[in-house]
Ligand binder design. Structure first.
Ligand SMILES: *[C@@H]1O[C@H](CO)[C@@H](O)[C@H](O)[C@H]1NC(C)=O
Ligand SMILES: *[C@@H]1O[C@H](CO)[C@@H](O)[C@H](O)[C@H]1NC(C)=O
Ligand SMILES: *[C@@H]1O[C@H](CO)[C@@H](O)[C@H](O)[C@H]1NC(C)=O
Length: 358
């Protein structure tokens, strides 16, 4: 479910580039949900936070940071592949000149729609993350002393936007709390999500973004939490209706990328095919535990505080019942950065996007 075949040696041969020189882009801005959150939810009143053990057990320093994994997230690894020496800091705590190198706005439980994830507590939806980006831009205007140099800086940055899973798992497929599945068919829902997403991406463009990676949704019907909370009819290992719904979103996202690229010749937008990267046989790349979480998980799919996790984390696909292990994040980030199959990214990969001269 999560992997294509025969790429172990490929991953092992990948080296982190440029760590001794300048990164490939001067700055890296990240928008997203719990797959990318690196501490933005820590100060918020929400169940969707991961700033307790055993989260972070394999992170440098071995302490929880708010990342929803045992170690680095895929954006941490992408930052390293791009040549950044330090992890991109969370908006929640970052101040000073380091914001010139980028900021991470991602928030666990957040969605394209403001209400998605609200049953878990506070979160910063994509609109809120864009508001925070506006704050960063005002700060950059001050640091660089004028808006022209600020815009010149911002257009060279790489922008990563990975959001939408919570609009399904913490909205559409929770009919007890959200009416969307009674109002919209999956096709209509994908359409209204993409319409709203389009406006949000245009806002990002208007703030000066010119190199934008839009991350498609993965096989969220296959996560243990989806299987336990939504259930499968026939004992299959994935909730097919969830995977079918997110594929409708992904198809429309590819069309949006085409439209954006034809409407804005001074910018480049790419699609990362997380669903495709996550298909294939995980055992072929060394994972042996496919449908159980490494840490004992609670009813919202997160690790039980201070629970004892599995020892061989590199063999597990899932860290908690929702989020992948660091080993999976390395796999995903590597293939997003340098496409292994032509279908992994469209029309170019993140490495090519970073190096593009616009
Ligand atoms: C379960 O049912 C779906 C259709 O609802 C089907 O696509 C899938 O192949 C079935 N899985 C198994 C294991 O029978
Ligand atoms: C692209 O331009 C066309 C024609 O003006 C417009 O209908 C469409 O909404 C635009 N799409 C985006 C994503 O900007
Ligand atoms: C994992 O999948 C296997 C079938 O491949 C099944 O027998 C087992 O019960 C599943 N375990 C969990 C925790 O769902």
């Amino acid at each position: 479910m999560i992997f294509a075949t025969s790429i172990v040696s490929y991953i092992l041969l990948q080296n982190f580039n440029g760590v001794n020189g300048d990164p490939q882009v001067p700055c890296f801005f990240i928008f997203g949900d719990s797959l990318a959150d690196n501490g933005n939810n820590n100060p918020l009143p929400t169940l969707a936070k991961a700033n307790y053990r055993p989260y972070g057990i394999d992170f440098p320093g071995g302490t929880p940071t708010g990342r929803f994994s045992n170690g680095r997230t895929s954006v941490d690894i992408l930052g390293q592949l791009l040549g950044f020496e330090d992890f991109i800091p969370p908006f929640a705590t970052e101040r000073g000149d380091v914001i010139l190198k980028g900021v991470n706005y991602a928030s666990g439980a957040a969605g394209i729609r403001d209400e998605s994830g609200q049953q878990l507590g506070a979160r910063i939806s994509l609109d809120g993350q864009l508001n925070n980006h506006h704050v960063t831009i005002l700060r950059i205007n001050i640091i660089l002393r004028n808006t022209v140099s600020a815009q010149d800086h911002l257009k060279k940055c790489l922008y990563y936007v990975g959001i939408g899973s919570n609009d399904y798992l913490n909205n559409y497929f929770v009919p007890r709390l959200y009416p969307t599945s009674r109002i919209y068919t999956p096709e209509q829902y994908a359409g209204i999500l993409i319409k709203q997403y389009q406006d949000q991406i245009l806002r990002l463009y208007n703030y000066g973004a010119r190199k934008v990676a839009l991350i498609g949704l993965g096989q969220i019907g296959c996560i243990p939490y989806a299987i336990s909370s939504i259930g499968t009819n026939n004992g299959s290992l994935c909730v097919d209706k969830v995977n079918q719904a997110v594929q409708l979103f992904n198809q429309k996202l590819v069309s949006l990328v085409d439209q954006l690229n034809s409407n804005f010749s001074d910018a480049k937008f790419i699609y990362v095919n997380s669903f495709g990267i996550g298909s294939g046989d995980p055992t072929s790349v060394g994972f042996t535990v496919l449908n159980a979480s490494c840490c004992p998980s609670n009813n919202i799919g997160q690790c039980i505080p201070f629970g004892t996790p599995c020892e061989k984390r590199e063999l597990y696909v899932f860290w908690d019942s929702i989020h992948p292990t660091e080993a999976v994040n390395v796999f995903t980030a590597t293939r997003s950065y340098t496409a292994f199959l032509p279908s992994d990214t469209y029309p170019i990969d993140i490495n090519q996007l970073a190096q593009l001269k616009l």
